[in-house]
Ligand binder design. Structure first.
Ligand code: HEM
Length: 464
C-alpha cells in the first residue's frame, strides 16, 4: 500500500513538474511583440507533434492562430509563415538579415562554399558561377544533348520487367547530373562515387549525432571520399591540358570563364549541383509516373504531345531545345505533380538580428519556415486543389504568382528550375513513348516529412 502511495505521489509530482515547465515555457515566449502560437516543451518544443501529425499539426495551428504563428520545432524557436504576400517579402529580403536557415549539420556535410552556406558577396559569386553553367544557352547547346543521350539509354530495355521506379529515378537524377558535370569521364567514376553520394545524402537528413556507425558520421566520410575523387579528376584534367565540354571543363577554363573558382569552391559547387537536383528531380519524376498512372486522360494528352514530337524524327534523333520548349503540357504535368505532392514543403530562413515582420518583432536567431504546403492546397489559387489537374498550368500566369513556391523565390529562386524541368521532360519523353505501365500494388507512399515510398514503388513495364 505504502509503495502504491509513493508511486502515485511520484507520478503526481512529475505531472505537476511537467505542467509547470510547460507553462514556464509558454510564459517565456508570451511577449506581446511575438506572433501568436504555442511553444510546447522546453528544449523539445512541438517537434514530436510536428513530425507525428505533420500537415494536420500545421493546419490546426493555422486554424487557431492564422497564417503567421510561432512554434518551437526541430530544436529552434520558429515562425511559420503561410501568407503568400509575406512569403514573397521574406524571400526577397536576405539583405535585411533573412538568410538561409538550414541546420549547421547539413551545411557542414555539404561544404563551406555550398550555396546555402554563403551570403552576400560570396553568395553572389557562387550563384553567378552556377548560373553561367546552366544558362538557357548552355542548356540548349551543351546540356540537353547530354541529358538526351543519358535518358535514351537509362530508360531502355525495360519491357516485361518489374522495376522500382523510385530507385530508378534516384539513379537517373544522380547519373544525369554527373554526366553533365564530368561528361565522358562520368562513366568511369560513377560506380565509385554513387554509393558515397547516397551516404552523404542520408547524413544530411539524419540526426546530427557524431558517433561511430551513425548515418551522420558515415556521411562525413562519404564527403571526404567524394572530395578526393573530384580532386583527382581536376588534377588529371589539369595534367592532360585538354579542355572538356562539360560543367567541370567550363569551370576550369580560365580563358572563357569570368567566375574564377578555387578547387575547393569548384568541388563544393559540384556537390551543390548533385545534391540540389537529386531528390527534387527524382521524387517529382516518380510522383509524375504515379499520378499519370492514376489519371489516364492526362497520360493520353501527355503521350499525344510526345508522339507528335517523335513523329517528326528518326528514332535516333535526339530531342532538341525547340522540342523541349514545345512540351507545354509536360511542363504543366511537372508543376501539377510538384504542387499536389508538395515535393518541397517549404524553405527555411533565419534572422541575423531582431527584426520587424508583419507587425511583430522576431528575435535574432529565430527560424522562419516559409511553408508552401498549405498554399499549394489553397483553393483561392488552385480551385479543386486536391485534384490532379495539369490543365490549370496552361494558364502561364500561375507560374509567376507569389503562391508559386515550388522553386522557392526571391534572391534564392532555384537556379536549376529550367534544368530540372528539362531533365524530367526528357525522362517523360522516353518513358511514355516507349512504355505503358501498371503498379504492382501494395507499395506505401509517404507524403511527410518527405515524399517517399519507404519500400520502393514497383511498376510492371511493357512496350507501348
Ligand atoms: C524539380 C526540380 C527542382 C525543384 C522542385 C527545386 C526546388 C528548389 C527550391 C524550393 C529552392 C529554394 C531553396 C531556398 O530558398 O532555400 C531551390 C534552390 C536551389 N536549387 Fe533547386 N530545385 C529543383 C532542381 C534543381 C536542379 C536540377 C538544380 C541543379 C543545379 C538545383 C539547384 C538549386 C540551387 C543551387 C539552389 C540554391 C540557390 C541559392 O541559394 O541561391 N535545383 N530549389
Amino acid at each position: 500500500m505504502a509503495f502504491f502511495l509513493v508511486v502515485v505521489a511520484v507520478i503526481f509530482g512529475l505531472c505537476m513538474l511537467s505542467a509547470a515547465l510547460f507553462r514556464w515555457n509558454e510564459i517565456r515566449y508570451s511577449n506581446k511583440s511575438l506572433p501568436p502560437g504555442t511553444m510546447g516543451w522546453p528544449l523539445f518544443g512541438e517537434t514530436t507533434q510536428f513530425l507525428q501529425q505533420g500537415p494536420s499539426f500545421m493546419q490546426n495551428q493555422r486554424a487557431r492562430y492564422g497564417n503567421f504563428f510561432k512554434s518551437h520545432i526541430l530544436g529552434c524557436p520558429t515562425i511559420v509563415s503561410m501568407d503568400p504576400e509575406l512569403n514573397g517579402y521574406i524571400l526577397i529580403n536576405e539583405a535585411k538579415g533573412l538568410v538561409p536557415g538550414y541546420p549547421q549539420s547539413m551545411l557542414d556535410i555539404l561544404g563551406k562554399y555550398n550555396i546555402a552556406a554563403v551570403h552576400g558577396a560570396a553568395h553572389k559569386h557562387m550563384r553567378g558561377a552556377l548560373l553561367s553553367l546552366i544558362s538557357p544557352t548552355m542548356i540548349r547547346d551543351q546540356i540537353l544533348p547530354k541529358i538526351d543521350e543519358f535518358m535514351r539509354s537509362h530508360w531502355s530495355n525495360l519491357e516485361n520487367n518489374v522495376i522500382d521506379i523510385q530507385e530508378k529515378t534516384k539513379e537517373m537524377a544522380f547519373l544525369s547530373s554527373l554526366k553533365q558535370i564530368a561528361g565522358i569521364q562520368s562513366s568511369s567514376i560513377a560506380q565509385e562515387i554513387m554509393p558515397e553520394f547516397f551516404k552523404l545524402v542520408l547524413g544530411t537528413i539524419s540526426l546530427p549525432i557524431n558517433l561511430p556507425n551513425t548515418n551522420y558520421r558515415r556521411s562525413f566520410q562519404a564527403r571526404k571520399n567524394i572530395v578526393s575523387i573530384l580532386r583527382k579528376l581536376i588534377e588529371d584534367r589539369r595534367t592532360s591540358k585538354k579542355i572538356q565540354q562539360d560543367m567541370l571543363g567550363f569551370m576550369m577554363n580560365e580563358e572563357t570563364n569570368r567566375y574564377k573558382l578555387t578547387d575547393d569552391e569548384m568541388i563544393d559547387q559540384i556537390i551543390t549541383i548533385l545534391y540540389s537536383g537529386y531528390e527534387t528531380v527524382s521524387t517529382t519524376s516518380m510522383m509524375a509516373i504515379k499520378y499519370l498512372h492514376d489519371h489516364p486522360k492526362a497520360l493520353d494528352e501527355l503521350r499525344k504531345e510526345h508522339m507528335a514530337i517523335r513523329e517528326k524524327k528518326r528514332p535516333e534523333d535526339p530531342i532538341d531545345y525547340n522540342d523541349y520548349k514545345a512540351m507545354r503540357f509536360t511542363r504543366a504535368v511537372i508543376f501539377e505533380t510538384s504542387r499536389l505532392a508538395t515535393i518541397v514543403n517549404g524553405v527555411l530562413r533565419k534572422t541575423t538580428q531582431d527584426m520587424e515582420l508583419n507587425g511583430y518583432i522576431i528575435p535574432k536567431g529565430w527560424r522562419i519556415y516559409v511553408y508552401a504546403r498549405e498554399v499549394n492546397y489553397d483553393s483561392r489559387f488552385y480551385p479543386d486543389a486536391y485534384t490532379f489537374n495539369p490543365w490549370r498550368w496552361l494558364d502561364k500566369s500561375l507560374e509567376y504568382q507569389n503562391s508559386f513556391l515550388i522553386f522557392g523565390g526571391g534572391t534564392r529562386l532555384c537556379p536549376g528550375k529550367e534544368l530540372g524541368v528539362a531533365e524530367i521532360s526528357t525522362f517523360l519523353h522516353y518513358f511514355v513513348t516507349r512504355y505503358r505501365w501498371e503498379e504492382v500494388g501494395g507499395d506505401k507512399l509517404m507524403k511527410f516529412p518527405r515524399v517517399q515510398a519507404p519500400n520502393g514503388l514497383r511498376i510492371r513495364v511493357s512496350t507501348y
